[in-house]
Design a protein around this ligand. Structure first.
Ligand code: DSN
Length: 418
């Protein structure tokens, strides 16, 4: 049977995609976990590989016809190992949450004790939140940032590890603006005989680009997503020491997932190759410089930076000193009207609920992909402050949206179209 030629209803989808292209490229994308992936990655992800079932692993599949898919997945594995210097890579996780789930399934028993950063202090749902499978199946104990400097306090991590004797320690964050110290986490894990998992979801691109201490030599397993600072397709990956390879592979399939998304795995292979290019080091360095400049400029506008600033790709901004009545929820909505996309975010010990919050999180991976540098960061801080000061003035917000669109037009994410 041919494909239907009367596809008018489906054209709605493509009209909506065109509108999303316009939204992404005419506004500022400041969500710290997002990026613009390359046309080459999108070509792989949009390929006929989506047609293929390939449960299993290269040369160990359950269905026929996987000769080429095997080569593609092996390429992705080899490139991940080379890029990060890892013993073993599993490139099948559909997402970062699946990568973390496979590690827990492979290395733990239900009820085992795990140490992780509290969600409201910058951790992830899968680091033991009570509403997530991780917090329901395992006995997570949370560490927090210190009340004074709002940084992870390794003395507290050590004290909790000695008190609770976890089987696994999770080092990793989603809204924490500072580097983590893999050596210090390894020392605590060794002292209490725990395994160490490093969740590098946000910072994988910074690690690949030499802008963050490398956790791979120190952690038993490193999980990450491929679509954030690494700039690949949406998905996850697990790197392991050789000793854990079989357990993690078995947990991923058949333990957790069915057929791998080979079109996405092909996109990961492309992205790993792109991240090996010498220009990726410059990209990672510029992300960090941009974040630092933007944080400084926002501080000059009267905002407070959680922990006093940033040394990675993101910052968490406390809105209270700028305007005590302004919530993260309102700031997100107002900035959307001005063509600036970011997300509300709890600050440590936030007096407001996670649905309202007193802060926002801002990241520079996307604008850096567009080629923006320090001087554009000063403009962005100015747009944000002006929009929030004039938040009840619709025409002022429309004016700023026009200025934002002008800036973005000068830095096209996809100069040759998508
Ligand atoms: N949703 C991701 C983030 O924004 O950090 C984490 O899963």
């Amino acid at each position: 049977m041919p494909f239907p030629s009367d596809i008018d209803p489906d054209l709605d989808v493509f009209a909506l995609i065109d509108r999303e292209v316009e939204r992404q490229t005419s506004g500022l994308q400041l969500i710290a976990s997002e990026n613009f992936t390359s046309p080459a990655v999108m070509r792989a992800v949009g390929s006929v590989l989506t047609n293929k079932y390939s449960e299993g692993y290269p040369r160990k599949r359950y269905y026929g016809g996987n000769q080429i898919v095997d080569d593609i997945e092996q390429l992705a594995i080899d490139r991940a190992r080379t890029l990060f210097g890892a013993d073993h890579a599993n490139v099948q996780p559909h997402a970062g949450a699946n990568a973390n789930m496979a590690v827990y399934l492979g290395l733990l028993e239900a009820g085992d004790t795990v140490l992780g950063l509290s969600l409201d202090h910058g951790g992830h749902l899968t680091h033991g939140s009570p509403v997530n499978f991780s917090g329901r199946i395992y006995n997570f104990v949370s560490y927090k940032v210190a009340p004074g400097d709002e940084r992870i306090d390794m003395d507290q991590v050590r004290a909790l590890a000695i008190e609770h004797r976890p089987k696994l320690i999770v080092a990793g964050t989603t809204s924490y603006p500072r580097r983590l110290d893999p050596v210090a986490f390894r020392a605590v894990a060794d002292e209490v005989g725990a395994l160490l998992m490093f969740d590098a979801a946000h910072i994988a691109g910074l690690i690949a680009g030499g802008q963050h201490p490398d956790p791979v030599p120190h952690a038993d397993v490193v999980t990450f997503t491929t679509h954030k600072t690494l700039r690949g397709p949406r998905g996850g990956c697990v790197l392991t020491k050789a000793a854990h390879a079989a357990a993690i592979d078995k947990a991923m399939f058949p333990g957790l997932q069915g057929g791998p998304l080979e079109h996405v795995i092909a996109g990961k292979a492309v992205a790993f190759r792109e991240a090996m290019h010498p220009s990726f080091k410059d990209y990672a360095a510029q992300i960090v410089k941009n974040a630092s400049t933007l944080a400084g400029a926002l501080a000059n506008q009267g905002f407070r930076l959680v922990s006093g600033g940033t040394d990675i790709h993101l910052m968490v901004v406390d809105l209270q000193p700028f305007d005590a009545d302004l919530t993260g929820k309102e700031a997100q909505a107002v900035l959307d009207l001005a063509g600036i996309t970011l997300n509300k975010n709890a600050i440590p010990n936030d007096p407001r609920s996670p649905f309202v919050t007193s802060g926002v999180r801002i990241g520079t991976p996307s604008v850096t992909t567009q080629g923006m540098k320090e001087s554009e960061m000063l403009q962005i801080a100015d747009f944000i402050a002006r929009a929030l000061r004039q938040r009840t003035d619709e025409s002022a917000l429309a004016r700023i949206k026009g200025e934002v669109a002008e800036l973005c037009a000068a830095f096209p994410a996809y100069p040759n179209g998508v």
